[in-house]
Design a binder for this molecule. Sequence first.
Ligand SMILES: Cc1cc2nc3c(=O)[nH]c(=O)nc-3n(C[C@H](O)[C@H](O)[C@H](O)COP(=O)(O)OP(=O)(O)OC[C@H]3O[C@@H](n4cnc5c(N)ncnc54)[C@H](O)[C@@H]3O)c2cc1C
Length: 492
Amino acid sequence: MKKVIVIGAGIGGLAIGIRLQSRGYDVTIVEKNNIIGGHASRFTESGYTFDMGPTFLTALEVIDSLFKVVNKKVEDLLDLSSLDPFFRIFFKDNTSFDYSGDAEKMKIQMARFNQRDAGLYDDFLKNSKKIYDEIIGKGYGSLPFSNLSSMIKFLPKAIKLKLFKSNYGLTSSYFDDYRHRFIFSFHPLFIGGNPFRTSSIYSMMPYVEQSIGMWFVKNGMYNFINTLQNIFTDLGGKIITSFPVSKILINSKKVIGVMSDSNKMLADIVISNSDVSYTYSQLIDTEKSNRWNKDRIINSKYANSNFLIFLGVKKKYPKLLHHNIIFSQNYKDTMTDIFDKNILPQNFPIYINVPSITDPSMAPENCDSIYISTPVPNLKSNIDWNEFSRSFTNQIINYLETDFDLVGLRSNIVVEKVFSPLDFSQKRNSYLGSPWGLEPIIFQSAYFRPHNKSEDYENLYFVGAGTHPGASIPGVLMSAEATEKCIIKDNF
Ligand SMILES: Cc1cc2nc3c(=O)[nH]c(=O)nc-3n(C[C@H](O)[C@H](O)[C@H](O)COP(=O)(O)OP(=O)(O)OC[C@H]3O[C@@H](n4cnc5c(N)ncnc54)[C@H](O)[C@@H]3O)c2cc1C
């Protein structure tokens, strides 16, 4: 039996573990923290449960393709609640929009703002479907773009689908109203992309949401992690927590195992689910890397970070749905501040997640667990989060209480915790505190993204958000499939 070590028990690490263990490999996942799940971790306090990362599932067929490995389907293993409307989006001019999977309801709402836009909704969705069918439907999400020829072959399709247009650019070519331009272009923000320069490939998301829906896992999203863990361990896989790998062992360009401060483990294959730039710069001597050397790591363009606030509140706010977004004014300038100037914008979008609306077990009776997230610059900025977290939290709570009318929010807080870019860096080893890795722009995607098989060392592979195709639960699950293909191709 070939021995495999996976560094990190994020969704990608668990998924590649399942895939290889089911093929007869002997897989051990080592995780630095005492809890598995990575960005999809959770904590509970005073009767409130908080998922710390993903808040919904979509593209269930991608999860199905992992569960197929054990002859199961999503409905066999996950108890899901459908969310519809998907998001309530609040605009600063006191209008709001319930973004939903119901085409008629969407068009009626759009017609309030712009009749012509409403008339173009179906065309936009048709194009969205076309992108989905041509990319995900034809398997490009789980195709390892290991050589330039795979990219060259893909180019005509990218041109035909206008994937070189930005997500915002494509959306604006359909819609005039600024609200519609936001509603149909914000999705990259969930995976570290600036809608003004991520590829329009992400405009497949409205179709994915409309056709597959948006789902919440009963008793919290962490139950998805529990399910992955159970599948893996039932297959015979082993997980060791509190095992921070400090070094990947290499013998003349061949990886032979990993080390923590006190343990050494040898393996035939090592797969890193930890951030790619962190892996190359901290666990390997980059001096010996040709492709992912120090300069390339430093000069790559990294995605933004997030500032998260978790509030247990002994009050309910009927104006909120399960998912809410407060749109920032000056969309483009705000993105430029976050992604290019590395400064905090004046008006930032705020995402508010209230899972206890769908699943009351997430909070005590008549109370809510609230998760607030706002995109912020990564650690390239000179914000000192040790200092600034407190005042930034106050600023956001004040805004929600005073300007957004969550009356009495502060005085009803029972639990309050924050997670800053510094936490992403220190607790999850995310390079520059960005949970998404390299910014998903076209020249850092597919062949140009770190490959699923190391370009520098033998027996070393990668899985997770930093590799192809990128962040998000479906993205990371597809990356596990791509990594599996590389390992099989290498005849391991
Ligand atoms: C705030 C937030 C909200 C999100 N919302 C959604 C959503 O609603 N829907 C969606 O589809 N996606 C969402 N995502 C994206 C999705 O959660 C991530 O892309 C995905 O979870 C990343 O998984 P990963 O496999 O890349 O691993 P990660 O989660 O990055 O896990 C890597 C693991 O490696 C461990 N590790 C690191 N270094 C070492 C070391 N030296 N030794 C041992 N272990 C190590 C880490 O502790 C971690 O557990 C969200 C992400 C965030 C951060």
